[in-house]
Design a protein around this ligand. Sequence first.
Ligand code: NAD
Ligand code: MN
Length: 505
Amino acid sequence: MSMIKEEKLEQLDMKRGTYQLIINGQRMDSQSGETFAVINPATGEEIARVAKASVEDAEKAVEAARNAFDKGKWRHFPVNKRSRILNKIAGIMRSRFNELVELEILDTGKSLSAAQGQVMQAIEDFEFYAGAIVSHRGSVNSLPGAFQNHTEQEPVGVCAQIIPWNYPLMMAAWKVAPAIATGCSIVVKPATLTPLTAIVLGEICLEAGVPAGVVNIVPGSGSTVGNYLVEHKNVDKVAFTGSTPVGKGIMEKASNTLKRVTLELGGKSPSLIFNDADIDAAVDGSLFGIFYNSGQSCEARSRLYVQEEIYDQFMEKFITKAKKLTLGDPFQKETHIGAIINQNQLDVIDGFVQSARKDGATIETGGAIASVKGFEEGFWYEPTIISNVSHDMEAVREEIFGPVAVVMKFKDEKEAVELANDSIYGLGSAVWTQNHARATRVSKQIKAGIVMINCPFSAFPGTPFGGYKQSGFGRELCVETLDLYCETKSIVSYYGDKPLNPLGV
Ligand code: NAD
Ligand code: MN
């Protein structure tokens, strides 16, 4: 793997030294001069160093964003100009596609095809919002007599955007694109585990003509820098993607300043596989649903419910195919599954699996930390399928965030819906049936932000993404997201001939 390292690092020009913060249009070191290491999870090797933002740097970034918003021109540009610049960002990303893919693979250990798809989507997100913002507008409302009302969508202000490590560039795009499209200024805090592509995105924004101070990038720890942004009185909104416990803390702290909050949190998404499903399609979709991105997906379909009559048939195929999934060099296109983000996450995953084992569940395949030839120092977990579970087991209730599916039987539609909804989460869900009426009926009863009917994925630019219940609130990736980066201003006017004298004095 040192081959990979040298080859890719040459290509990537990563010998440029430390990746720096971006504040007020400048690349800079942190004020403390501190840096942190970025590790390739596939190999365990250090691939780069990044300037470590502290609270002082976060303060400078908020000031820059505040100043850009209050005194700068970005929000006052004609919308077509902002749109053009978003398209230009997408264009530069396209021209640097391979570099971004490689950087994302090195930073996360994810497979080539996963990284390619995610980088492509990040590009398309900018293109989507470049289009959507042009027709994003207020409304005109009829009033009696000579009164008129119209509304304007004004950018909310300075937004803190806190990004997780599982889809570093795509999650950054989901937040950066709609925010700057509306005219907001942003302070982005990438996850320290995976900061590289977000930093490059910040550089690309500058290159494309986003004015200084509109996009600031401060990689640093969540509990210091992230928390500072959430509490800051000059930050108007916080958009957070991450775990449910951290999201709850953010909502609580943001309440002191009544910040606008959107939260994209954890999940334990169910897949309902009915006896009238196309079984092969359900098997392939379910493999993707849980093992894509090594299961480190908030919308991973990690709870599978299979109708009794087809349970054996489904499981036989599901397990057989899961055993064929290959772990290995993320840069090889034959590799199905990449690495796990770090040792800690590996231990968390294995802890859940071993607790299920102890609780008497059956490990049908996998169930252990994997050793991958040539990548012995990396973090790998075997694709794991667990059966014979009950609904109160930890592995069934809690988000594992790894390549681990739990499978149960159900009798009928009613029981399937009850089991699906028996969770504190409500992010994704899948329904596999060839009966259209059943698909419709069931999808209406599922308490989740997303229902996939005979479909392995949902996150296309334009489709709302977000949760019910403790999976958070607010929607990203869609037109509605623009509203969440705006305030509605209602303007009421009177155009009558006769001046009004409401008090009659
Ligand atoms: P995390 O909650 O630990 O961290 C997410 C981000 O929040 C990181 O940038 C982190 O530095 C920051 N952070 C941590 N503590 C903070 C604090 N006190 N104040 C402010 N910021 C803080 O989550 P993670 O481990 O990076 O990501 C995995 C989790 O994210 C999973 O639970 C997953 O379900 C969830 N996730 C959800 C979605 C979604 O769209 N719903 C998408 C991806 C990931
Ligand atoms: Mn990394």
